[in-house]
Design a protein around this ligand. Structure first.
Ligand code: BES
Ligand code: MN
Ligand code: ZN
Length: 502
């Protein structure tokens, strides 16, 4: 994956393709005019003839026999006040464009990218991420590898003007690589079909990852979960012949005395809905119901590779939700690890059941913050679509810090309220609470359910149902698992804010 960094004027660089960012304007900027003299006049003519003016999404690919670079790609970035998210999108679009043309390598002129509010290191990281992430394909099960899109990622070189800038850019590029490896791991796991990822197999992969990256790994099997009293988790798991596991990973990057941050990710390897069976249409996509768990694994791996100065506990309850003669029924009552009893009105609201027990368990590590990620509710897609994950919690400072991290890294979060009244909707006639309150405010009532089990700890919940999966695929957004959550959490952890009381 190795991103290279070089310094000097990009016009002297030998590369199959030099990418230059261009802002929207009526005529070429001075830097572009200098390039124009080597072309000769091609850029001026393209502007004059309205073929290229630097608008978002515009690309002009020029062959450049008089330059060391074989080609130059002028990349439209839109208006000069463009946001970092726009820049990520355009760079991803450029990567997709070059890969469609089977180019193997490119050099990006970092000085042509405008974001003055970013340090050079942050800009190098942003560019590296955007281009690497766009090049991802899940081709493990293709016996014929060529499908028009080259599956080999682009070899990226970042070019900075001065030698003394190389170090900072290289540090940013190295961060991008570590983070993208975490994202790719999460995408790979999400994209694996259900038959290839039993809870046991997911646990095995976690153990391999732990070995590779120096994490501590403990796996609780069914017997141990029974002994501990994970009644809600085991209730979900009992419909499948594939036994559940609880994956527990530790990353120790700070003093032993420093309380950890606990990350919990929903790990339903396939969600058929159980006896409350889902409709057949698109049920295949429910292999992605472990995307929260995948994000936790990817984040711990990235944190370890980046040597972040924090302590982390990663917890992934891995189960399968199937209908069968041994499955839980609507109306069944389960006793959770917390001791609270739960009436299961809908077996398809299984995520909150396994998370309830895992949140309870997470509190044993006395975390200073507890963050869960889950593809929890279809209602979240209705509320926010696919552009943002929902964030809810019991601690405003934590929610705000996560939102800020989301803005910086381009994985947006949007808040929903969590009021006492929502919690009241979960009252049951026969048990301490019921697992659904019907359709109204579905994302909120799911979070209100979790809140009961996170009680006593600063906690935030991210509903990633709308962001974890890319259906059709778009330029720079390969179809399948997105790996959402990894970049967000790493960004949050790098900032590592100390939380106040509320
Ligand atoms: N895994 C689903 C939520 C989901 C739906 C994620 C679509 C991604 C795309 C979850 O387990 C579920 O089935 N939730 C139910 C809850 C309902 C029964 C209260 C839902 O959203 O319909
Ligand atoms: Mn479900
Ligand atoms: Zn589910």
């Amino acid at each position: 994956m190795q991103i290279r960094v070089s310094s000097g004027t990009p016009l002297k660089l030998k590369t199959p393709c030099l990418i230059i960012g261009v802002h929207e304007s009526a005529r070429p900027a001075p830097g572009e005019l200098e390039l124009d003299t080597h072309l000769p006049g091609a850029i001026t003519r393209a502007f004059r003839d309205h073929e290229f003016r630097g608008k978002k999404g515009e690309k002009l690919l020029l062959h450049t026999p008089d330059l060391p670079a074989e080609r130059v790609l002028l990349l439209g970035l839109g208006p000069a006040r463009a946001q970092s998210l726009d820049l990520r999108r355009e760079l991803a679009g450029a990567a997709a464009f070059l890969q469609e043309r089977k180019l193997r390598a490119c050099t990006l002129d970092l000085a042509s990218l405008p974001l003055r509010q970013l340090t050079l290191g942050a800009l190098a990281q942003l560019a590296g991420e955007a281009i690497l992430l766009a090049g991802y394909r899940f081709s493990r099960y293709r016996t014929e590898k060529s499908d028009g899109v080259d599956s080999k990622p682009l070899q990226l070189t970042l070019c900075v003007p001065r030698r003394d800038q190389i170090k900072e850019a290289a540090t940013g590029a190295a961060a991008a690589e570590a983070i993208c490896r975490g994202v790719f791991l999460a995408r790979d796991l999400v994209n694996e079909p259900g038959n290839a990822k039993s809870p046991e197999e997911l646990a095995r992969r976690a153990r391999v990852l732990a070995e590779e990256t120096g994490l501590d790994c403990t796996i609780l099997d069914r017997r141990e979960l029974e002994e501990e009293g994970f009644g809600a988790l085991l209730g979900v798991a009992q419909g499948s012949v594939r036994e559940p596991r609880l994956i527990v990973l530790h990353y120790r990057g700070a003093e032993e005395t420093e309380p950890p941050i606990a990350l919990v990710g929903k790990g339903v390897v396939f969600d058929a809905g159980g006896i409350s069976l889902k409709p057949a249409e698109k049920m295949d996509e429910m292999k992605m119901d472990m995307a929260g768990g995948a994000a936790v694994l990817g984040t711990l791996a990235a944190a370890a590779r980046l040597r972040l100065p924090v302590n982390l506990v990663g917890l992934v309850p891995a189960v399968e939700n199937l209908p069968s003669g041994s499955a839980i029924r609507p109306g069944d009552i389960l006793t959770s690890l917390s001791g609270k009893t739960i009436e299961v009105l809908n077996t398809d609201a299984e995520g909150r059941l396994i998370l309830a027990d895992t949140l309870t368990y997470a509190k044993r590590f006395a975390p200073r913050a507890l963050i869960d990620l889950a593809t929890l509710t279809g209602a979240c897609i209705i509320a926010l679509g696919h552009e943002a994950s929902a964030v809810l919690g019991n601690h405003d400072g934590l929610v705000q810090a996560l939102r800020n991290a989301g803005e910086r890294c381009g994985e947006r979060l949007w808040p929903l309220p969590l009021w006492e009244e929502h919690g009241k909707l979960l009252k049951s006639e026969v048990a301490d609470l019921k697992n659904t309150a019907g359709r109204p405010a579905g994302t909120i009532t799911a979070a209100a359910f979790l809140q009961v089990f996170a009680e006593g700890c600063p906690w935030a919940h991210l509903d990633i149902a709308g962001t974890a999966w890319e259906g059709k695929g778009a330029p720079g957004r390969p179809p399948g698992g997105t790996g959402v959550g990894v970049r967000l959490l790493v960004e949050y952890l790098r900032e590592n804010p100390r939380l106040g009381k509320k």
